[in-house]
Write a protein that binds this ligand. Structure first.
Ligand code: PHE
Length: 329
């Protein structure tokens, strides 16, 4: 009996040790030795054939053996499952270079706007904003645009209803500002404007303007010229070619437009309209036209950005392609 015990034990140890760590089927080993019909159980059956006197001693030895094998088995099972868990983890190659998160940046239009604001702030302009949806009166009538002026035409202006428009320029804010504050005043007004125009490389149904308005007692056209020239030189450098060209706006008299030379397209590109505020506008807001004069201008932000950064199509600002925006980060 003693020898049988010893041989079961040895064979169990050999089986257990040679059992590969990474393999399944350890359960079979349990069945073979510790199962209901396993080798240990059959030793218990043998116990019946042992002399009465020896039975307690072998019974005890057999129980010890059973416990020993069980605990060795448990240990093995534990170590296999631990290795299993670690080998099932996803494989991480720590030598791979990391993927750095891409940084966002300020859109080129906003960057241009920030620059424009800085330049005008440095010469004493305040910044104001006004409504994008406005009444016909502020967008047109108060600006001396007669009822049947072509710029009111459905082709140019988006009407919300017959009295309400998406503003077609930022000049509506000239009126709001003068209505709510006393002269003198000096503001720039950045904002979005909308026009129902044919879309092309330099015209889009939506764009940005910066309006300027300066009201004081002795404002002259040469001050207007000086102001615009100062701005252009700061924005584009002293060498960039520009020109003033006589023009017409119902709300300024005299009026002018400013063109910049487009080196890419080899032609002039208009960037702003300006002029001396028409006395009719001055009196529309309740100022005394005998006492107060002023100049005003309105510039296209997209066109300024296009000239400055050699962007050849206004639609690039609006199609949301990051390959475009990334070039200016
Ligand atoms: N509002 C004019 C435009 O949109 C520009 C302008 C503003 C002209 C102020 C004169 C004075 O074209």
């Amino acid at each position: 009996m003693q020898e049988q015990l010893e041989s079961v034990r040895k064979s169990f140890l050999t089986d257990l040790e040679s059992f590969p760590d990474n393999s399944t089927g350890l359960q079979d080993l349990k069945t073979k030795y510790l199962g209901r019909k396993g080798q240990v159980a059959s030793l218990f059956t043998h116990l019946g054939k042992v002399d009465n006197a020896d039975r307690p001693k072998f019974g005890q030895l057999l129980n010890l053996l059973k416990n020993e094998l069980q605990s060795l088995y448990d240990k093995k099972e534990l170590s296999i499952s631990a290795k299993d868990a670690s080998s099932n983890r996803p494989y991480i190659d720590i030598t791979l270079p990391g993927r750095s998160p891409s940084n966002g940046s300020i859109h080129i239009l906003e960057q241009t706007l920030l620059e424009i604001k800085e330049i005008f702030k440095s010469i004493g302009f305040n910044i104001a904003y006004g409504p994008e949806v406005d009444d016909d009166y502020h967008n047109f009538t108060a600006l001396n645009v007669p009822e049947h002026h072509p710029s009111r035409d459905m082709q140019d202006t988006f009407f919300i209803d017959p009295q309400t428009v998406l503003r077609s320029h930022t000049s509506n804010v000239q009126i709001h500002l003068m209505e709510t504050s006393d002269p003198p005043l000096r503001f720039i007004v950045p904002g979005r404007v909308y026009r129902n125009e044919a879309i092309g490389y330099k015209s889009y149904c939506l764009f940005h303007q910066v309006e300027g308005i300066y009201i004081n007692q002795n404002v002259t056209f040469s001050q207007l010229k000086g102001c615009i020239e100062y701005f252009v030189k700061k924005m584009f450098g002293p060498k960039k070619k520009m020109r003033f060209r006589p023009s017409f706006f119902p709300f300024t008299e005299p009026s002018a437009e400013v063109d910049m030379w487009d080196d890419e397209k080899n032609q002039w590109m208009e960037i702003l309209g300006c002029g001396m505020v028409d006395p009719a506008v001055i009196s529309n807001v309740g100022y005394d036209p005998g006492k107060w004069k002023g100049f005003a201008f309105g510039m296209g932000v997209e066109r300024i950005a296009m000239l400055k950064h050699k962007i050849n199509d206004i639609r690039l600002f609006y199609n949301g392609d990051v390959r475009f925006s990334e070039q200016f980060s």
